[in-house]
Design a protein around this ligand. Structure first.
Ligand code: NAD
Ligand code: LMR
Length: 329
């Protein structure tokens, strides 16, 4: 049976993440090896030519799942009928910049994109915001899409989640496949809190297994939280292939579900769980099933974790207040 293609819109298609992402979507890694996709690439007019070059390369791969590729510099057209929207296009942080510096520069991009999603996206639209500051950009887009259920707007902390898995697996000398229930709380920024107190290594509590509080506080948490800056320092450009890989993971898990007994990290609209103010888009432990996510409930949060979650959530509240002042929400 031939399936109807799923329309996937990617913004910033000519950028470095776009280049790493599109080929993986086209090969079936985003939605599944039997799901045809129609790609819509959105770029600013100056970068349309480069996007056309990427589309030529996509053609040249002869991916059987690609049913068409359209390139737009108009958000309304790019999001028309979109089932999945990956909002990647934004100005990346460069050496020495803090993410807060990006609020104004990038905030202006997400208001018209939210409006365009509201105007014409498919009823089942799922949005992942990758462009930084991702959580607050998702908040901006969401606030301009009143007809789209708030839970369809998410932001990416899966890269942080994967970074945390990698660091813990090295420390414990185990494969990442033996680790479950990792959590990133809060903002995709240096204040984020990677939490191993609820994680498990081969079924046993990860913090107890590692049993090294100094490593946790002085190595693990700062390494994961500041990894984005470390990559910029080393590469002279922000993470791209790993970011694209995490975006694939995020949407794949959202659509196809978390494994029994496991969860993932997604920045989603808060319902007030764990004391995170309602309406903020903050990272939580979530399970997914049948294309819907739910926040894992009932985890005990000790004083150490509470302080760190609160610090990151406070930063999100400040970002929300800043974009409110700028008239972006
Ligand atoms: P890049 O500069 O290589 O590409 C960005 C692209 O976006 C450019 O081609 C630009 O023309 C395009 N663009 C700008 N404004 C646009 C608009 N209004 N509509 C459509 N396209 C637009 O940047 P990159 O390295 O691909 O990174 C993209 C974003 O992702 C940055 O904000 C970066 O900080 C962020 N990022 C997030 C994570 C995360 O974990 N959430 C990880 C890595 C990077
Ligand atoms: C990352 O985490 O690699 C990106 O968000 C880039 C950045 O600015 O930190």
């Amino acid at each position: 049976m031939t399936r109807t293609p799923v329309t996937v819109t990617v913004t910033g298609a000519a950028g470095q993440i776009g280049y790493a992402l599109l080929f993986r979507i086209a090969s079936g890694q985003l939605l599944g090896a039997d799901v045809p996709v129609r790609l819509r690439l959105l770029e600013i007019p100056q970068a349309v030519k480069a996007a056309e070059g990427t589309a030529m390369e996509l053609d040249d791969c002869a991916f059987p799942l690609v049913s068409g590729i359209d390139i737009h510099d108009d958000a309304v057209k790019a999001f028309e009928g979109a089932n999945v929207a990956l909002l990647v296009g934004a100005r990346p942080r460069t050496k020495g910049m803090e993410r807060g510096d990006l609020l104004e520069a990038n905030g202006g991009i997400f208001k018209p994109q939210g409006e365009a999603i509201n105007a014409g996206a498919a009823d089942d639209i799922k949005v992942l915001v990758v462009g930084n500051p991702a959580n607050t950009n998702a908040l901006i887009a969401r606030s301009h899409a009143p007809d789209v259920p708030a839970e369809r707007f998410t932001a990416m902390t899966r890269l942080d989640h994967n970074r945390a898995l990698a660091q813990l697996s090295k420390k414990a000398g185990v494969s990442v496949s033996e680790i479950r229930r990792m959590t990133i709380w809060g903002n995709h920024s240096a204040t984020q809190y990677p939490d191993v107190f609820h994680a498990e290594i081969a079924g046993k509590n990860a913090a107890e297994t590692v049993n090294d509080q100094s490593w946790l506080e002085n190595d693990f948490i700062p390494t994961v939280a500041k990894r984005g800056a470390a990559i910029i320092e080393a590469r002279g450009a922000s993470s791209a292939a790993s970011a694209a890989s995490a975006a694939i993971d995020h949407v794949h898990t959202w659509v196809n579900g978390t494994a029994e007994g496991d969860w993932t990290s997604m920045a989603v609209v808060s319902d007030g769980s764990y004391g995170v103010p309602e309406g903020l888009i903050s990272s939580f432990p979530v399970t997914t099933k049948d294309g819907e996510w739910s926040i894992v409930q009932g985890l005990e949060i000790d004083a150490f974790s509470r302080t760190r979650i609160d610090a990151s959530v406070n930063e999100l509240s400040e970002e929300r207040d800043a974009v409110r002042k700028l008239g972006l929400i």
